[in-house]
Design a protein around this ligand. Structure first.
Ligand code: PEP
Ligand code: MN
Length: 351
């Protein structure tokens, strides 16, 4: 970290500041700069809050040289892969998670689970606890919903992801699901994030409606810091001035997250657009920009879905998306091979 000092700080003030830093156990170097003195701290202070330094007498500005989210940061050449039954997140072909917005009943879920598996999905989604804008809307089947999910998993072999909204839900859901989802509305629920840090189950962390990329990474850092490194990020659209789509799907966040962190990054084109007519196009775009997978809402009769029917696609459409994914993934693999061999040719070309 660099501390920029007040130009008018006198020698006594500088000595006092240096003594304070020494008492804090920090080693540093003082550098003369045309704009005044700069102190370069030698220790990694990424886990200390900014105000610890901005409030020191004589300091006008600080500049962090190491990230505030060291645990989510990409380590050179590494990708934190995650394997769940047959699903590899962040390694190889992107995965597709599909299923209804809400679990609506045992027979219905089982029927859909078979349908999404036939269409090429490798994991099943379904909400048992539903965060609804209106308290008058369907709130989910709760524990029964979790039991239906677990039964569908047992019969189809598909791993399950489902949302938890409170710390109490974690203990309820753990025996039934393979992955715990933090929904957009709870990305800032730090007590929930800390408790998920103590879970052994992987966590699908969705970006909040108005969260910056840095806030999403901080939320992931909470889970990892509290003991659970198995975090998968999800871009699900952010709130903007646009009204023709439910949210604005921020695909630049995917590209940026992939360069900043080794955590797998999924895209949710269903909540990202709120419109079933855009789900296939945005799924293609998501794979093309490097997403490690998709999470898509699917219903056999979208117009009768108990929640989010307007953004649900049918299993037949899911099938088209899965074959798009295969083609785009193969094309990207070929591009990587071509660009690697081109780089080798360039390196061999005598100058
Ligand atoms: C969901 O996945 O059903 C859901 C509620 O998503 P989000 O939290 O992204 O709105
Ligand atoms: Mn939904």
């Amino acid at each position: 970290m660099l501390l920029f000092l007040d130009r008018d700080l006198n020698t006594d003030g500088l000595a006092e500041l240096q003594a304070r830093l020494e008492r804090m156990g920090l080693s540093f170097q003082s550098l003369s700069h045309p704009d005044g003195t700069i102190i370069a701290l030698q220790e990694d202070v990424s886990t200390l809050a900014s105000h610890v330094f901005t409030q020191l007498p004589g300091v006008t500005k600080i500049l962090r040289t190491s990230p505030q989210t060291p645990l989510t940061e990409r380590k050179e050449g590494t990708q934190i892969g995650l394997t769940l039954k047959n699903c590899n997140f962040g390694k190889g072909k992107p995965i597709v998670i599909a299923g209804p917005c809400s679990v609506e009943g045992q027979a219905h879920l089982l029927h859909l689970a078979h349908a999404v598996r036939e269409s090429g999905a490798s994991m099943l989604r379904g909400g048992a606890f539903k965060p609804r804008t209106s308290p008058y809307e369907f709130q989910g089947l709760g524990l029964d919903g979790l039991k239906h999910l677990s039964e569908a998993a047992r019969i189809t072999g598909l791993p399950i992801v489902s949302e938890v909204m409170s710390t109490e839900h974690i203990e309820l859901a753990e025996p039934y699901v393979d992955m715990l989802q933090v929904g957009a509305r709870n990305m800032y629920n730090y007590e929930l994030l800390k408790e998920l840090g103590r879970s052994k189950k992987p966590v699908l962390l969705k970006r909040a409606l108005s969260a910056t990329i840095s806030e999403l990474l901080h939320a992931a850092e909470y889970i990892i810091l509290h003991g659970n490194p198995k975090v998968v990020l999800c871009e699900r659209g952010i709130r903007t001035f646009e009204t023709m789509t439910r949210n604005t799907l921020d695909l630049s966040a995917v590209a940026l997250l992939k360069s900043m962190t080794g955590l797998p990054v999924l895209v949710d084109p269903s909540h990202g657009t709120g419109r079933r007519d855009l789900v296939r196009t945005m799924s293609r775009a998501a794979i093309a920009c490097g997403a490690d997978g998709l999470i898509i809402e699917v219903h056999d009769n979208p117009r009768c879905a108990m929640s989010d029917g307007e953004q649900a696609i049918t299993p037949a459409e899911l099938n088209l998306i899965c074959s798009d994914l295969d083609k785009i993934y193969s094309a990207l693999q070929e591009t990587t091979v071509v660009s690697t061999s081109m780089q080798a040719q360039i390196a061999e070309t005598p100058s």
